[in-house]
Design a protein around this ligand. Structure first.
Ligand code: PEP
Ligand code: MG
Length: 320
């Protein structure tokens, strides 16, 4: 069966009725990037930069970051690479002293873009490294933990300045570097129409979105049953995010674990999703699932999915 699956590495992620779905890869290591490339991913949809900052005593400088990002871009040979800016917080072990380690509630603390905006020099260094890597292939910048418009506007301003500086010092960089927001804070999802104009693309982080929407810690074993995307609130919110993005002509992917689990593929397609970002280990399984789906049929069934009243009803929908 693995062999059958492996044959799919050269096949398109195309539904039975002929619609192409984009399957990007999540990556954080050289191995992930090589595998994503070999398995025919559309590009990197989420490059997590945290690992560069963890398990060490000082922050990586611009040169080290630049080389790491450039290698990812070169490794993908012209396919799009989406680099997420630092998503550190007190929930991730850190020895560089960047993070406030004694926060009472790390998941609701100074993490993601909040940390970046509070450490402007550090953030600018990372943006410079990313922008320099754009000279080697298509790069997009993705910002984690966005909760309001002001944060996107602040990042855009900084990114513009970095681009201007690098241009004027003669660096070869891309003409256009799309800026995107992770949608993983419920407020950002609900208020999306008010700030979607400020971004070029979106990526839905269902790991955190489910955690914050259901007020259920993603790492708490005692809540493992409750912590599930199969909640009517999650269905409705995902549907609304995807619809808003498509109406405004902005690409939207789901990059949480949910996107990499083939049991959810028909459900996500039914909600209107056309772009997924997932770990390369599950890329072929999801591609196989996509190839077995009839998109027109699934879209017709979306109203029934949105009417499902509880988890059991959603599961019944999935198995019918
Ligand atoms: C998410 O929250 O769904 C996500 C992709 O980001 P992370 O798992 O790194 O928080
Ligand atoms: Mg997240």
């Amino acid at each position: 069966e693995r062999k059958q699956l492996y044959r799919l590495r050269r096949e398109p992620a195309r539904t039975v009725d002929g619609i192409d779905i984009k399957l990007y890869a999540n990556a954080e290591s050289r191995e992930d990037v090589a595998e994503a490339h070999a398995l025919g991913s559309a590009g990197i949809g989420l490059y997590r930069t945290e690992f560069l900052f963890l398990q060490r005593n000082e922050v990586p400088d611009e040169e080290e970051q630049f080389r790491a990002y450039r290698d990812v871009v070169l490794g993908m040979t012209g396919r799009t690479v989406t680099i997420r800016t630092l998503d550190l917080g007190a929930d991730k072990a850190d020895r560089t002293g960047l993070v406030m380690s004694d926060e009472p509630n790390p998941a609701l603390g100074v993490r993601g873009v909040r940390l970046s905006l509070s450490r402007q020099a550090l953030f600018e260094t990372q943006l410079r490294a990313i922008v320099r890597a754009s000279g080697y292939g298509p790069v997009r910048v993705l910002v984690p933990m966005v909760s309001c418009r002001e944060e996107v506007v602040a990042v855009r301003k900084l990114l513009k300045r970095v681009i201007r500086d690098l241009n004027s010092s003669g660096h070869e960089i891309a003409d256009h570097i799309p800026l995107g927001a992770m949608i993983e804070v419920p407020a950002a999802a609900i208020a999306l129409p008010s700030f979607i104009g400020a971004v070029d693309f979106l990526s839905v982080g269902t790991n955190d979105l489910v955690q914050y929407l259901l007020a259920a810690d993603r790492n708490n074993e005692a809540l493992a049953d409750l912590y599930s995307p199969l909640h009517p609130a999650v269905m409705r919110l995902l549907h609304a995010i995807i619809r808003t993005a498509h109406m405004r002509g902005k690409p939207v992917a789901v990059c949480g674990e949910m996107a990499g689990d083939a049991v959810f593929t028909p459900l996500l397609l039914s909600l209107g999703l056309t772009e997924f970002s997932l770990h390369p280990a599950t890329l072929l399984e999801v591609r196989k699932a996509v190839r077995e789906c009839d998109l027109a049929d699934l879209r017709k069934r979306s109203s029934a999915l949105l009417r499902a009243r509880d988890r059991e009803a959603i599961e019944r929908w999935m198995h019918s």
